[in-house]
Design a protein around this ligand. Structure first.
Ligand code: NAP
Ligand code: MG
Length: 488
């Protein structure tokens, strides 16, 4: 197979040089489609490597913030073009490394390009307000200034888009960056960083370091020279990040899990709702933080929705994401695969009925990968673990509700509040939903998993620290405000 020739060792990028870790050790990244396939090796970095990366970012911050914002934006435009030129290779690497299908990986990489261009344009946009002073002889205005060194820690499920939606605004607003990707998708991340490297940023502006979360990630968040930390990942690690940042009084931002509901009312377009639940719940093998994992359906249409959903999910082809006929790839890792299987078992033990899928796929090409057929649970009640905990896999729980009020109450009955969707044709129902739902992303007659790069993104409750990413919202996090008062 072609894969053997593509195995390669990727280095850290520190102070504009590709360097090996002082440990002289590497970590193997394998494909979830075939665990014998090595996608590449990344550095198993030490705390001393991390120290160099943070020092480099700290030394670069003074010159970088002095450079005009438009010039910083130009470098992002250049990076966007380089990623676009390498889109096929980056997307294929992503599919091989974490399993999502090639069209999804290409779509995500193209999204990364678009995000870079959006923030590149920030170089030419307004960066403050003029505010009338109570003194008629004075001029008062605000200016946005960079924070300094920003730590970026990302998960494996969007290995291109999430790093870019953090790094691009961090850089354009004048910060320098130390980026630690998820180990599971570090080869893909290295390829993205190579595009930034080729664009020619000054030394130390963007530094990239791979290695264990508990060693490198932890040392990064604890580092005294860090001025801010942006994190996307699990709640458990998020709590560790928050504690460390709060102790030192630095700015932090956490985007974490979800248990996203879709409400289907009795007047909904059932076909459209089924399509959205399949796309929102099972694309990327259900491994999106915005994935639909609970469908709350009004009694009158429960059976018709369920039948149609089962009929459509049966058509889904599971396989290697590189194959054209594959609709859904494997789980991204062995631990993810085991977690999903455990929840499928738990759901049955709790008394829900598994009416479709949830099986390991075996035979030929499947034996070496982490393949599961999409699972649908019927008769789920809101207190069950499969209705409360984030599974991060292709598992959909169907829950019955007597009316809209009860549906919304069930939808809100979790600790999470990232995304939520409703399918209805009644204005009164959708307005009530918009008002009552506890979610940062509110979607009407659309799947729960859609995100637009120019709009704020983030959750409520345990899903987030309440800050928002993307669009103009990113500016709030990556800058500090100076209020300037000039007496004439
Ligand atoms: P994770 O285990 O929390 O890992 C996230 C990142 O944190 C990885 O880079 C990891 O490095 C690092 N890390 C681990 N321990 C650390 C520590 N003690 N200190 C600092 N960093 C540490 O999450 P994941 O499994 O990669 O991602 C899945 C989770 O992300 C899900 O809960 C999902 O909902 C969430 N997610 C949220 C959003 C959103 O925007 N709300 C988007 C996507 C995903 P290693 O890989 O080396 O362990
Ligand atoms: Mg992998």
């Amino acid at each position: 197979m072609q894969t053997v020739t593509k195995e390669k060792t990727y280095k850290n990028f520190i102070n504009n040089e590709w360097v090996e870790s002082l440990s002289q050790e590497t970590i193997k990244s394998i494909s979830p489609a075939n665990k014998e396939e090595v996608v590449g090796y990344v550095q198993n970095s030490t705390k001393a490597d991390l120290e160099e990366a943070v020092q480099a970012a700290d030394q670069a911050k003074k010159e970088w913030r002095k450079l005009g914002q438009a010039q910083r934006g130009q470098l992002l435009f250049k990076t966007a073009n380089i990623i676009e030129e390498n889109l096929d290779d980056i997307a294929e690497t992503m599919t091989r490394e974490m399993g999502k299908t090639l069209p999804e990986a290409k779509g995500e990489t193209a999204r990364g390009v678009a995000i870079l261009r959006y923030y590149a344009g920030e170089g030419m946009r307004t960066d403050g307000d003029v505010i009338p002073s109570s003194d008629k002889d004075a001029l008062m205005f605000t200016r946005r200034v960079p924070l300094g060194v920003v730590g970026v820690i990302t998960p494996w499920n969007f290995p291109v888009a999430i790093p870019i939606w953090k790094i691009a605004p961090a850089l354009v607003y004048g910060n320098t960056v130390v980026f630690k990707p998820a180990t599971e998708s570090a080869v893909t991340a290295a390829k993205v960083v190579a595009c930034f490297a080729e664009a020619g940023f000054p030394k130390g502006v963007l530094n990239f370091i791979t290695g264990s979360g508990s060693i490198i990630g932890q040392s990064l968040i604890d580092h005294p020279l860090l001025n801010a930390i942006t994190f996307t990942g699990s709640e458990g690690v998020g709590a560790v990040v928050a504690k460390s940042a709060a102790e030192r009084g630095i700015k932090f931002q956490l985007e974490m899990g979800g248990k996203n509901p879709v409400i289907v009312t009795k007047d909904a377009d059932i076909d459209a709702a089924v399509e959205a639940v399949i796309s929102g719940g099972l694309r990327s093998t259900g491994q999106k933080c915005t994935a639909s994992s609970r469908v709350i359906i009004e009694t009158e249409v429960y059976d018709s929705f369920k039948e149609k959903l089962v009929q459509e999910v049966k058509k889904i082809t599971v396989g290697n994401g590189l194959n054209e006929e594959t609709w859904m790839g494997p789980c991204a890792s062995e631990s993810q695969y085991n977690t999903v299987l455990e929840y499928i078992q738990k759901g049955q033990e709790e008394g829900a009925s598994l009416i479709l899928g949830g099986e390991k796929l075996t035979g030929e090409e499947f034996d070496k990968g982490f393949y599961i057929t999409p699972a649908i649970f019927d008769d789920v009640s809101s207190d069950m673990a499969i209705a409360q905990e984030e599974i991060f896999g292709p598992v959909i729980a169907l829950i019955k509700a007597e009316n809209l009020e009860e549906a919304i109450q069930i939808a809100n009955d979790t600790k999470y509040g990232l995304s939520a969707s409703i399918f209805t044709t009644k204005i009164g129902s959708l307005l009530e939903f918009i008002d009552e739902i506890e979610a940062g992303l509110v979607r009407v007659n659309a799947e729960s998993a859609g995100v637009e790069l120019q709009a704020p993104f983030g959750g409520m409750k345990a899903s987030s620290t309440g800050s928002r990413e993307q669009g103009q919202a990113a500016k709030e996090f990556y800058t500090a405000i100076k209020t300037v008062f000039i007496k004439g």
